[in-house]
Design a protein around this ligand. Structure first.
Ligand SMILES: C[S@@+](CC[C@H](N)C(=O)[O-])C[C@H]1O[C@@H](n2cnc3c(N)ncnc32)[C@H](O)[C@@H]1O
Length: 448
């Protein structure tokens, strides 16, 4: 390929008249920086066909391959460059980033060290600190961040890595200070900020998590994650349920990894619900119209299918619904808030289930009334809740992790008040969190 056909024939190949190699390289870099990765790649490859040892082009091509997620090609390109010129500026650092992304921590660490031998930069120190953190060596990670900050006291990535190294060592106040500083220095990135909050919640420090959330709120007053978790961490102004915006955003970002993550946590709510369905219903003969409330990725679907004449699911998260659609077991999937959806379907279902979803509701009365109305007489409801380790008189709490926990007897009463006959809630283990079993309630109810 030549630069000519890379450039829609308007530009002849380098060295063939109108565009020199130097001009082609500049043009490729300009297209690269403009985000036109396809054209930039073709230009770089055309240049390398004529001059295969061109280290500046091998470097930008390696970066481009990394940006495209072609990690093997990126590593091979940068390694070839380093064979030609082992002291090329900044390239060991780039190779380290590629290797880190490939999960090759040892080789990434070596690459960052080679980079630092050639030229100590804050960036390479900060990258090496990430390697140590991922290897679990937090004290060394901290020291490595300090090397970066000695060179550049306001280096954002080094400050961020320092915050994580400190929080990971449970040096909470220092860690929070570093995190607050990183939030000033770096572009707002939701995941990074959520990581600070999660570290602090794992350390059982909700008040410190609230410090991060308040600072974040000043920059983004309407962020649904901030609003929800601030309420959860402070216990102030408990919302009746998690807002639609919060649920949608949270689960959209979680959808692709939901099943594998939950499997690692020994998630059992769908199986527990299916066992209760089997106990409450006659033998399966595809005879019932079934609704899966907050169906998520559809883990309940295949377990309910033997009883389903029709199977409908509703959920607020498009990402989760797309995963559910991929299972091919639901007749209908709706993006809808579950109480709103039920209001549109009075007397439509023989069975409604809800696994690990009503723990996004504090106030259960509206759910109870809408379920009662969407069930046919004799219809069955099976759901799980997280169990509240009750203080005297307390019936529901928004927990720092952002889900609600309920008193089982109170939940039973709410559904009875809506006109359902409710069995005594059964204590179950829903899954694990931070290696601790999450205690829950399994509730079976029937519309008389
Ligand atoms: C933890 S997941 C459980 C998913 C599925 N039931 C399972 O057991 O795998 C909770 C799901 O409930 C959904 N959800 C939470 N509140 C909701 C609401 N008010 N209306 C509809 N869906 C909701 C979320 O989007 C998410 O997909």
């Amino acid at each position: 390929m030549s630069v000519a056909n890379a450039h829609e024939t308007a530009t002849p190949a380098p060295g063939e008249g109108r565009m020199t190699i130097a001009e082609a390289v500049a043009y490729g870099i300009e297209r690269h920086q403009a985000g036109d990765l396809g054209l930039a790649e073709r230009v770089y490859e055309a240049v390398l066909e004529r001059d295969p040892d061109r280290v500046d082009v091998l470097n930008v091509l390696g970066i481009l391959k990394y940006q495209c997620g072609e990690l093997d090609a990126a590593a091979a390109t940068l390694q070839r460059l380093l064979e030609i010129d082992p002291s090329a500026d900044g390239v060991w650092n780039n190779l380290g980033n590629v290797l880190l992304k490939r999960g090759e921590l040892g080789r990434a660490g070596e690459a960052f060290k080679r980079s630092l031998q050639l030229l100590p930069t804050a960036e390479a120190w900060a990258n090496l600190a990430r390697v140590y953190r991922r290897l679990g060596d937090l004290a060394v990670s901290e020291q490595t961040c300090l090397q970066a900050l000695a060179l550049a006291p306001d280096h954002g990535p080094a400050t961020h890595n320092l915050a994580l190294a400190l929080l990971g060592q449970r040096r909470i106040e220092e860690g929070v200070q570093a995190a607050l500083k990183a939030m000033q220095l770096l572009q707002p990135r939701e995941r990074r900020r959520q990581t600070y909050v999660q570290y602090l919640l794992v350390a059982d420090e909700p008040a410190q998590a609230a410090v991060i959330l308040r600072a974040w709120q000043q920059q983004e007053p309407d962020n649904p994650y901030v609003l929800h978790h601030l309420a959860a961490c402070t216990g102030a102004a408990m919302p009746e349920r998690a807002s639609d915006d919060y649920v949608e955003k949270e689960f959209d970002s979680f959808a692709e990894s939901f099943d594998t993550t939950l499997a690692r946590l020994n998630y059992r709510a769908p199986q527990i619900v299916a066992e209760a369905v089997a106990a409450a219903l006659p033998p399966a003969a595809r005879q019932f119209d079934i609704l899966d409330l907050g169906c998520g990725t559809g883990l309940c679907g295949p377990l309910l299918q033997p009883w389903a004449r029709t199977l409908a699911g509703c959920d607020l998260s498009t990402g989760m619904l797309m995963q559910a659609a991929g299972r091919g077991v639901y007749d209908e999937l709706r993006k809808a808030e579950l109480t709103a959806f039920m209001r549109t379907r009075p007397g439509a279902f023989d069975l409604a289930v809800s696994a690990d979803t009503l723990n996004y509701f504090g106030e259960l009365g509206e759910v109870a009334r809408t379920v009662q109305a969407t069930l046919r007489p004799g219809g069955v409801l099976v759901f799980t809740l997280e169990a509240l380790a009750s203080k005297e008189g307390e019936v529901v709490r928004l927990m720092p992790h952002g889900r609600y926990a309920h008193d089982g007897a109170h939940a039973r009463q709410v559904f009875e008040q809506a006109g359902l006959v409710v069995d005594a809630p059964v204590g179950v283990v829903l899954r694990e969190e931070n290696k601790v079993p999450v205690q829950g309630w399994l509730v079976t109810a029937r519309r008389p």
